[in-house]
Structures are given as structure tokens and as C-alpha cells.
Write a protein that binds this ligand. Structure first.
Ligand SMILES: [Cu+2]
Length: 210
């Protein structure tokens, strides 16, 4: 018992010394490596920064905004996520809406037409649609709409229903030329409560910039 204890203590001492030695060498090496990495990082960042700058200026990338329409089990309603968002003014903004709601809420023909987007079109992608540009969808296939009728904007984007568990993805591009905060609505008769409750089927789009 006492032999084993003393044996372990001796081994621990040796290990302790080795660890201590390793730590000392390790910290010195770490500092050196740290200085080298930092130097390379500053140098590399400078070089990359110079190389990347002209690309950013010459080919401005359209802004992207991703929205999801889905059932929220906590509220018991279909909602836009997010319902309140911000976009830059005077640049093309591509908004992609991924809709998981497979129920239909048929709309009048006027709300099945695409209005106010670049080219007057949207693309629809699901198991039967290829992502081609369309100017309208079947009113009976609409689940929700993204509709911004708030002066000076007049935008309507019909969102067809998901197919089973496969979402329908709608994308469109718009240029927002007037800064300010505007209220959008879903015009499909989906849910009386959600349609009038901010953060559900209505919300704000804030346009910022010159
Ligand atoms: Cu809706």
C-alpha cells in the first residue's frame, strides 16, 4: 500500500516535471508562432484587401433577402419569418420566399398576377415548376401573397402552395426607390387573425439609403 503510494508519487513527480518543461517550451513556441501568424495575417489581409476591392466596386452584387412562410406551432398560425425586414434603396433586391404551407387560399385573379417586380415576373420552383419566370400563377393554387400597396409602392407576388412536404420557392427582384417604412400584407384569405396581426401575415419593410 505504502510502496504503491510512494511509487505513484514518484511517477507523478516525473510527469509533473515533464509537463512543466513542456509547458515552458510550449508557451515560448506559442508566442513565436502567434507573432508569425499575426504578421502573415496582417500582410495577407492587406494583399487580399487590395485584390478584392476592385471586384466589389465593379460588380455590385444584388442584395439578397430570404423569407420563409411556415406554420408556427407556438402561435397556431402561418407566418412570414421574418415579417419585418430592411432593404437598401435604389439597388436590385432579390427576395426569395420559401413556402412550406401546402394549403391553398384561392385569390381573385388580380392577386394571382405579378406586379411591380423587375420584369413584372417571379420565378416559381417546386416539384412541377422549373424555376422559369412567370407573370401570374393559377389563382386556385395560391397559398399566400407578398403584397406591398403602400404609396408609392405597388408590388404583388403570389406564392403557390407547397406540394406535400416539398416547399414552393418563389423569387423576385425589386428596386425600392423611396426610403421609409411601409406595410406589406398577405392578400390571400389564409387566416383572419394572422392577416391583420403585425408579425404574422403583415409586417413592415424598411427601405434605407439614398
Ligand atoms: Cu397568408
Amino acid at each position: 500500500m505504502s510502496e504503491r503510494t510512494s511509487g505513484m508519487t514518484a511517477r507523478e513527480e516525473v510527469l509533473g516535471r515533464r509537463m512543466k518543461g513542456r509547458r515552458q517550451v510550449g508557451s515560448g513556441t506559442l508566442i513565436l508562432v502567434g507573432v508569425i501568424v499575426l504578421s502573415l495575417g496582417v500582410l495577407g489581409g492587406g494583399i487580399l484587401g487590395h485584390a478584392a476591392a476592385p471586384q466589389t466596386v465593379s460588380t455590385p452584387r444584388p442584395e439578397q433577402l430570404y423569407l420563409t412562410v411556415a406554420f408556427n406551432p407556438y402561435t397556431g398560425a402561418d407566418e412570414y419569418f421574418p415579417a419585418n425586414f430592411t432593404v437598401p434603396a435604389n439597388v436590385p433586391v432579390t427576395i426569395t420566399v420559401t413556402n412550406y404551407d401546402n394549403g391553398t387560399n384561392p385569390v381573385p385573379a388580380s392577386f394571382a398576377k405579378v406586379l411591380g417586380t423587375v420584369g413584372g415576373t417571379e420565378t416559381v420552383t417546386n416539384t412541377t415548376a422549373s424555376g422559369a419566370s412567370v407573370t401570374s400563377v393559377l389563382p386556385t393554387q395560391v397559398a399566400h401573397t407578398f403584397t406591398l400597396i403602400d404609396t408609392p409602392y405597388q408590388i404583388n407576388v403570389p406564392i403557390p402552395a407547397a406540394q406535400g412536404t416539398t416547399p414552393t420557392v418563389v423569387a423576385f427582384t425589386a428596386v425600392f426607390t423611396t426610403a421609409g417604412q411601409f406595410v406589406w400584407h398577405c392578400m390571400a384569405p389564409c387566416d383572419g387573425h394572422a392577416m391583420v396581426t403585425a408579425g404574422f401575415m403583415t409586417g413592415t419593410i424598411t427601405v434605407v439609403g439614398p
